[in-house]
Design a protein around this ligand. Sequence first.
Ligand code: ADP
Ligand code: MG
Length: 353
Amino acid sequence: ETAPIRRPIRQLDDAAANRIAAGEVVERPASAVKELVENAIDAKARRIEVAYADGGKTLLRVSDDGHGIPEDQLPLALSRHATSKIDGSDLLNIHTFGFRGEALPSLGAVGRLSITSRAEGADSAAQITVHGGEMSALRPAALSRGTVVELRDLFHATPARLKFLRTDRAESGAIIDVIKRLAMAEPMIGFTLRDVSGGGEGRVVFQAEAQSGDLFDALHARLAKILGSDFAANALRIDAEREGIAITGFASLPTYSRGSATAQYMFVNGRPVRDKVFYGAIRGAYSDFLHRERHPALALFLECDPTLVDVNVHPAKSEVRFRDPGLARGLIVSALRHGLAEAGHRASTTVAD
Ligand code: ADP
Ligand code: MG
């Protein structure tokens, strides 16, 4: 008989820690795209270009014209828990997408990552690469402004994960979905998505011009691009506020509905969220106006003080937790009901005229 063998406790090295974190942050190419585009938005980009090949499995590239990363901070950007976005003392007051400092090191652990950047005011650009967790030395590079992050051969070192990816077509679909959601929330930013599988310039899969001027007009134009002109022509403007939570956006009139609830987009402080409570509120609000099997299309944006909502729930960050979920729910229901009732009143007086 042998005694059970107990191994001593040891600290994981950075490479192992990054690989483990990567499992949570990067499930598939679309999750890498989400992290990289959110970084570009956080960097105040006005134009973001995304290119992918083979469903993002062999190549992902995100280029932006944001404020860039100073050369001497490039190695730090690739280090675990290193972020320029919070200082750790105020986790309840977050205004950016990022704050964990995990995305870039995680991506560097699961693919060949290169970052080229030229910081605002710098007179040259620099590049750094990571492969298998090993960082290269800084190299001079050519770039007029902003940042280009390229990720090649995602999961090449973890065949088990690679095997779980779906077809190129399905993975491309997930990338397009991520881009559309982010583009909805950022109408003032121009987005271009290309499939460069064949090499060269590739094929433009999605494009939305940067809007300017009035925010509601900008959002309306962006939604016409993403949800279709039929939606835009039949959309009700939503604009309400209660106890520090504001709700804005567009929701379809009962004259425009769909057979499934797939075109319902919710955002909290600019973050795309999926929350059962919200879907329930939407169903409730439309219950007097639509048949049970019909569903509205909508894009609704809740804005509140960051201290009223906890976004620190999950690394993929599509969950949020309101301090008072009943308040958010009630506001959605009443804003939609009020808008629908007003529209119905307008419609009936038009008929009477
Ligand atoms: P987080 O976004 O949580 O801070 P990341 O690992 O995604 O963590 O990025 C680390 C840091 O690298 C960011 O805090 C930011 O300073 C910098 N960074 C990443 N991407 C960009 C970009 N596109 N433009 C400018 N800075 C960037
Ligand atoms: Mg980030």
